[in-house]
Design a protein around this ligand. Structure first.
Ligand code: PMP
Ligand code: GLN
Length: 380
């Protein structure tokens, strides 16, 4: 078969998780919590699977869930949206992103992505016959250079994809950044996909700003969210996309033939849970920040340099004082010889900075795991 994705192998997260289990390493590589989701959520899931409705949901998602999400958007972001025409529940953010890219990108179009960049965007662009144009974020701060981004725009540019809080670096876009994005997207008439799956995981003085909050972006953006992150259930693969009616209608045309609908009892359980505990997502940051701080203070005596994580559940460690090896090689050594699995940061960029020496560690893990991993890292 003539491959449509000739250069794509198995993703880094699955590879590192497999390596961690092969050598019994503590797995701080793939982003998922190793502690249980709220009991009320799991009980709601069991109840709905047992006694609820186990057949197809409506195409756009269960109305009760979409209405709850519309209220959450008003309360948490001050954004009004119509749950019938602007919210679509999907089997995970990945599917929402795939459908949004497929809806926008025609053969020959260019799409701007900012490196380091989450791995699911480019394959979807390629499958639509588009071309990803990689523009690096600042190597120190991981902030966008809007002039540099603008110079990559040409008449073929159709779409720009942003992600804040940012995987893998933990950087968060400021309100100023969103204004620059708004100016750029309006001036060049670009669509925007905003991957906001870590919206509630922001720390210290950082705040999450959504594209939905800026008028010029609201009308041209697909904002993508994941219950995997917000409720700590990555295995439930459920997320949603908020976009204006005309874009939602295009997205749904594709969604109905990629997957038809998202899983019914999961949607019912999430709707129940968010309805009874509407403030739950807003309280997440405190718990995750404590985990980040526990991991970082346990690393105090190590030779790794800590890079500040303003958001997500990933901590970057700079190993320049320890080794000159490429991060992909050091990752393997850390898992095999030191019993800690993490993710190399270079794999998220088309042309990684050769001087960069960064590894990504997921701190959505139990205290005992974070402390034991940090002790092992301190011995290196
Ligand atoms: N975007 C980013 C930046 C992510 O880290 C993830 C993570 N898992 C996703 C999208 C996909 O989310 P989901 O599991 O809901 O498909
Ligand atoms: N987004 C998660 C991470 O960055 C993993 C998702 C996946 O394994 N595809 O680790």
């Amino acid at each position: 078969l003539h491959s449509k994705l000739p250069d794509i192998g198995t993703n880094i997260f699955s590879r590192m998780t497999a390596l961690a289990s092969e050598c019994g390493a503590i797995n701080l590589s793939q982003g998922f919590p190793d502690f249980p989701a709220p009991q009320a959520l799991r009980e709601a899931m069991a109840r709905h699977a047992m006694h609820g409705h186990n057949q197809y949901a409506p195409l756009a998602g269960l109305p009760a869930l979409r209405e709850t999400l519309a209220s959450q958007l008003v309360n948490d972001r001050g954004v009004d949206c119509d749950p019938d025409t602007e919210i679509t529940v999907t089997p995970g953010a990945t599917v929402a992103i795939y459908c949004a890219i497929t809806a926008c990108v025609h053969p020959g179009d260019e799409v701007i992505v900012l490196d380091p960049c989450y791995d699911s965007y480019e394959p979807a662009i390629t499958l639509s016959g588009g071309r990803a144009v990689h523009v690096p974020l600042d190597a120190q701060t991981f902030t966008p250079d809007w002039d540099r981004i603008e110079s990559a725009v040409n008449p073929k540019t159709r779409l720009i994809i942003v992600n804040s809080p940012h995987n893998p670096t933990g950087a968060v876009l400021s309100r100023h950044d969103l204004r620059c994005l708004e100016t750029l997207a309006t001036r060049h008439d670009l669509y925007v996909i905003s991957d906001e799956v870590y919206e509630y995981l922001v720390y210290d003085d950082a705040a999450h700003h959504s594209v939905l909050q800026l008028e010029g972006l609201r009308e041209r953006s697909f904002a993508v969210f994941s219950f995997g992150k917000t409720l700590g259930v990555t295995g439930w693969k459920t997320g949603y996309c908020v976009a204006p009616p005309a874009l939602t209608s295009e997205l749904r045309k594709i969604h109905q033939f990629v997957c038809f609908v998202a899983v019914t009892p999961v949607q019912q359980a999430i709707a129940d849970f968010l309805h009874s505990l509407p403030g739950y997502p807003g309280q997440l940051a405190e718990d995750y920040q404590a985990r980040r701080d526990r991991f970082c203070s346990a690393l105090a005596g190590s030779r790794f340099r800590l890079r500040p994580a303003a958001g997500t559940y990933f901590q970057l460690l700079d190993y320049r004082d320890i080794s000159d090896q490429p991060d992909t090689v050091l990752c393997e050594t850390l898992a095999r010889q030191h019993g800690v699995a993490c993710v190399p940061v270079s794999v998220f960029s088309q042309s990684p900075d050769p001087e960069q020496r960064l590894l990504r560690f997921c701190f959505a893990k139990q205290d005992s795991q974070l402390e034991e991993a940090a002790q092992r890292l301190c011995r290196i």
